[in-house]
Design a protein around this ligand. Structure first.
Ligand SMILES: NC(=O)c1ccc[n+]([C@@H]2O[C@H](COP(=O)([O-])OP(=O)(O)OC[C@H]3O[C@@H](n4cnc5c(N)ncnc54)[C@H](O)[C@@H]3O)[C@@H](O)[C@H]2O)c1
Ligand SMILES: O=C(O)CC[C@H](O)C(=O)O
Length: 354
């Protein structure tokens, strides 16, 4: 595809590293799929402005979409040029997955059909899972073996699993699904309920699937109130809210946005994708964040599905937070979302046989 603004970085691939100590590091290559869509429209600015990989890390953006969207994508490329962003080293718009995935250190897999009003999740699975089979195969062929892959396109957990299965040469730890939007929603609900800024609520967990069976769990959450950390459950002191309204509000928030906007969430989804990738690259310290990762069976979750757990990240490696108490209520919720993921996995594998 011809483009108004398209250049290639001069750095050798071996120079492509995150370098926080040098004032201007070599550019890293980052791919966003679904680049002509609505989530990408917010996400690209965040990546290119330094919000994800840091204010001193130039990026070279690979933008993948399907052939009929190349005209729209050209407009996005023009707008990126018109932003005059100092960290944006270049842009490669393409409809070819192998070109898009070549040498990238980070992949935001957004491109997929979103659910619209009246559509069921199952309608999405059959349509979208094939995309992630094909993209897994392309990643396997051309991507760096240390690429970090974030799947946003729904059904995100199962798409991430399929992508990983079709990219066996890349470690399965490098494939994650986005439940950070659910975490951000949960944190925001609790902050409003307690009456503190959202940054002062910590340790909210999203367990399981990015779907209405997910378990938003505030039982470990703490809020900083008057300079001291307090248990959110004790401050709210309303079991019905914690196990009822809070849980269902977060579970159904995506559907509520679709009902209001007639389109699925995009601004908040892009922000969550930035948060997820930034934390994966730059680390979390002792903060807990939720990520869909290939399950090792921790907390009795089914193994070999992409299940959202609380994790901490250090040196680019995530680690599941261990040792948390699971109540009878939590057990039921974890089992329900795990069961859905096992069913989705089977459906997806059936679709991929064709
Ligand atoms: N995990 C989450 O929290 C979360 C939140 C919001 C939305 N989503 C999901 O993200 C996905 C994208 O949403 P959107 O609102 O940006 O949709 P959109 O329809 O605005 O954009 C999707 C883009 O993907 C492109 N695309 C389709 N097939 C492709 C392929 N094979 N390769 C590359 N690009 C392809 C489309 O042409 C389109 O430009 C949807 O599946 C949506 O449900 C996930
Ligand atoms: O399709 C849905 O129900 C949700 C869309 C999106 O994943 C969100 O959480 O906003």
């Amino acid at each position: 595809m011809s483009s108004i603004w398209c250049c290639r970085p001069t750095a050798a691939d071996s120079d492509i590293v995150i370098n926080k100590s040098v004032s201007m590091a070599a550019p890293i290559k980052v791919v966003v799929t679904g680049a002509a869509g609505q989530i990408a429209y917010s996400l690209l600015y965040q990546i290119a402005s330094g919000a994800v990989f840091g204010p001193e890390q130039p990026v070279y953006l690979h933008l993948l979409d399907i052939a009929p969207m190349m005209g729209v994508l050209e407009g996005v490329v023009m707008e990126l040029a018109d932003c005059a962003l100092p960290l944006l080293a270049g842009v490669l718009p393409t409809a070819n997955p192998e070109e898009a995935f070549k040498d990238v250190v980070a992949a935001f897999l957004v491109g997929a059909m979103p659910r619209r009003e009246g559509m069921e999740r199952k309608d999405l699975l059959a349509a979208n899972v094939r995309i992630f089979k094909e993209q897994g195969q392309a990643l396997d062929k051309v991507a760096r073996k240390d690429v970090k892959v974030l799947v946003v396109g729904n059904p995100a957990n199962t798409n991430a699993l399929i992508c990983s299965k079709y990219a066996p040469s890349i470690p399965k730890e490098n494939f994650t699904a986005m439940t950070r939007l659910d975490q951000n929603r949960a944190q925001s609900q609790l902050a409003a309920k307690v009456g503190v800024p959202v940054k002062d609520v910590k340790r909210v967990i999203i367990w399981g699937n990015h779907s209405s069976t997910q378990f938003p769990d505030a039982s470990n959450a703490v809020a900083t109130i008057g300079g001291a950390e307090k248990s959110v459950a004790q401050v709210i002191n309303d079991d019905e809210y914690m196990k009822g309204t809070f849980v269902t509000t977060v579970q159904k928030r995506g559907a509520a946005v679709i009902a209001a906007r007639k389109m699925s969430s995009a601004l908040s989804a892009a922000k969550a994708a930035s948060d997820h990738m930034r934390d994966w690259f730059l680390g979390t310290g002792d903060r807990w964040v939720s990520m869909g990762v290939v399950s090792d069976g921790s907390y009795g979750a089914p193994p070999d599905v992409v299940f959202s757990f609380p994790v901490t990240v250090s040196n680019g490696q995530w680690k599941i937070v261990q040792g948390l108490t699971i109540s009878d209520f939590a057990r039921q919720m974890l089992d329900a979302t795990g069961k859905e993921l096992v069913e989705e996995k089977q459906e997806a594998l059936d679709v991929c046989k064709d």
